[in-house]
Design a protein around this ligand. Structure first.
Ligand code: MN
Length: 137
């Protein structure tokens, strides 16, 4: 067992996120592990661009309310203590509400091959970000 060195906070790049967000790598497994765990902090209004994960992703909201959108136009409103899982290759985005900071854990895996673990796409428009919200399971 070992205590891991804390990693510096990294500003999310403007090519991948709208608004201000920061992440810390909590765990990046070395082979044969393929696990990835980050904590991500979003300023009000900040969100990722559209993207998908080769083996899916699980998001656990630590603070605030997360908005998580998919191509069907549904924006799932997820609160602190709740967890959302996205299947492999499903295009989605995640971010804070316009009013408050949000913090989530993001868990995903590499596929161990040549496919990128995350495929990044275009920015989320204000219209998509402001779409009708659902909090049903
Ligand atoms: Mn994601």
């Amino acid at each position: 067992m070992k205590l891991l060195d804390p990693q510096p906070s990294t500003k999310a790049p403007a090519e991948l996120f709208t608004g201000d967000a920061w992440w810390n790598v909590i765990y990046a497994g070395e082979q044969p592990s393929r696990a990835r765990l980050n904590i991500v902090r979003f300023a009000p209004g900040a969100r990722t661009h559209w993207h998908s994960h080769v083996l899916g992703q699980t998001l656990h909201v630590v603070a605030g309310t997360a908005l998580i959108g998919t191509r069907d136009g549904v924006v799932i409103e997820t609160h602190a203590g709740e967890t959302v899982t996205c299947p492999p290759h499903e295009e989605h985005w995640h971010g804070a509400t316009p009013e408050q900071f949000m913090e989530h854990l993001a868990l995903w895996e590499t596929d161990g091959g040549d496919d990128p673990e995350t495929t990044w796409l275009e920015p989320v428009t204000d219209e998509q970000y402001g779409g009708a919200r659902s909090n049903s399971r």
